[in-house]
Design a protein around this ligand. Structure first.
Ligand SMILES: [Zn+2]
Length: 102
């Protein structure tokens, strides 16, 4: 039996992930729970097709509760030092630290 690699599906899956992130951003203010669901779905598609999320996508949501991290709205950003910033998810209080790029 010949198995062809599903490149087409990968491309579609990647597009779906991006669409779900866009929807999550759109719905966030009005329907935060729906927004979380979109992030959850995007992550599930990524897992199923073994697709890594982009750096931008990874930083956009809380890995603990799938809430989008929007500064001043759902997240609190603090500059810890010249080298690191911390981002706190206001939905579940989880704190993430990232190297600070100026
Ligand atoms: Zn969270």
């Amino acid at each position: 039996m010949i198995r062809t690699k599903p490149f087409r599906y990968l491309k579609i899956a990647k597009e779906r992930i991006q669409i779900l992130f866009d929807l999550a951003e759109k719905e966030f203010r009005k329907h935060p729970e729906r927004s979380k669901r979109y992030v959850e779905l995007a992550r599930k598609i990524g897992l199923r097709y073994n697709i890594r999320l982009t750096k931008e996508q990874k930083k956009k949501f809380c890995k603990n509760c799938n809430s989008l991290l929007i500064p001043g709205l759902s997240s609190q950003v603090r500059v810890k030092s010249k080298k690191t910033i911390s981002i706190k998810c206001l939905s579940c209080n989880r704190i993430y630290r990232y190297p600070f790029r100026g």
